[in-house]
Design a protein around this ligand. Structure first.
Ligand code: GDP
Length: 347
């Protein structure tokens, strides 16, 4: 009996200790993140990703303090269908950059994780070498919640990584749903990894992706595939010529590379550096970042308003009736909307 009660006490004590260790200490987090401490950066991101109110509050304070130390990076978005070679590319490209002395953070936006609760970077075997490099930081996609929520968390994570001294931020996404538009809205340079022989539709061309990209990289240009990859790159280059570029003053490029052999990878980096130099000189780099911050503010307001509306007690009560009347054509949609808003505005 005595043993049982003592062990219960110990359990409680351990829980207490664990909990207090998890409590955010904003001062310490701020200092350690600025020092580039990876463990504390991870901790900070855990608070950023948490939906617990006390974590959200601490993350908010932390982000405000980190803000003056952010922005000093190139943010690169990478998309491509599963199997195009994104993780292999990031491994090779990231390692090259780390060995050049850059500090590389790899993040992900995975729309499927919001449904399944899984993540594209959850698999530890991906980017095995890069994940061991002292200059690299790899963070799986935040799972759960809405795409909007994942969006906010990833944006704040980018800023936290920058404050921790990461100067190349790679944001990976799969070519699914709205994720490409979301990632385009948070990066400076956006590229698609393509492969030869896959149908246009499969590569996302029909979804308007061509209007989002600054470059198309034809991966797997090795072995017997080298010539075909070069030809595909030329074809993409021609198509890109007729598509409105997402970046003023920049004509999107198409380059072949082999992530497996490491060929053409240096050229991708040279192209991105050229892009950064040119757009910084023209002011496009800075104005895009400003616009992205403004758009982010608007997106956040939209999300909050939506939540406020749909979780409003009176609205929740009235909604089923309005839906019923609209479905049975007893009331116009606009009429139902007006009634709902009059209730919302009254309270
Ligand atoms: P992801 O789903 O886009 O992340 O693709 P992965 O990086 O997992 O690669 C899918 C497959 O393509 C794996 O079997 C890789 O080994 C292979 N792969 C990736 N890059 C290359 C490349 O440059 N050349 C060749 N031949 N295979 C590659």
């Amino acid at each position: 009996m005595r043993k049982w009660s003592r062990s219960m006490g110990e359990q409680k004590y351990r829980k207490f200790i664990k909990r207090s260790q998890q409590e955010p200490n904003v001062d310490e987090l701020f200092k350690r993140v600025l020092d580039g401490d990876r463990m504390f950066l991870s901790k900070a991101i855990t608070f950023i990703e948490s939906n617990a109110p006390r974590h959200e509050k601490a993350a908010g304070e932390l982000m405000q303090r980190l803000l003056p130390h952010t922005g000093n990076s190139i943010r690169i978005g990478i998309t491509g269908v599963p199997g195009a070679g994104k993780s292999t590319f990031i491994e090779t490209f990231g390692l090259m950059l780390c060995n050049l002395g850059h500090r590389v953070a790899v993040l992900a936006v995975d729309p499927s994780s919001t449904v399944r609760g899984g993540s594209i970077l959850g698999d530890k075997t991906r980017m095995e070498q890069l994940s061991k490099h002292p200059n690299a930081f790899i963070r799986p996609s935040p799972s759960g919640g809405t795409l909007g929520g994942v969006h906010r968390k990833t944006r704040e994570t980018i800023l936290a990584c920058e404050a921790a001294g990461y100067d190349v931020i790679l944001v990976e996404t799969v070519g699914v749903g709205q994720s490409e538009g979301v990632v385009r809205g948070m990066v400076d340079f956006f590229m698609m990894l393509a492969i030869t022989g896959a149908g246009d539709e499969l590569q996302g061309m029909k979804k308007g992706i061509m209007e989002l990209v600054d470059a198309i990289i034809i991966n797997k240009a090795d072995g017997s595939n080298v010539e075909l990859a070069k030809k595909t790159a030329r074809e993409f280059k021609q198509i890109l010529h007729f598509v409105q570029s997402p970046t003023d003053g920049w004509t999107p490029r198409a380059l072949p590379c082999s992530s497996l052999k490491g060929t053409g990878i240096k050229e991708v980096w040279e192209m991105i550096q050229q892009f950064a130099t040119e757009t910084k000189l023209s002011g496009v780099f800075e104005s895009r970042r400003k616009k992205q911050a403004k758009d982010w503010l608007h997106a956040l307001i939209h999300e909050r308003l939506q939540k406020l509306f749909f979780e409003h007690a009176e609205i929740k009560k009235l909604m089923p009736k309005m839906e019923h009347q609209v479905m049975n054509e007893e009331l116009t949609v606009k009429g139902a909307c007006d009634q709902l808003f009059s209730v919302f505005n009254r309270n």
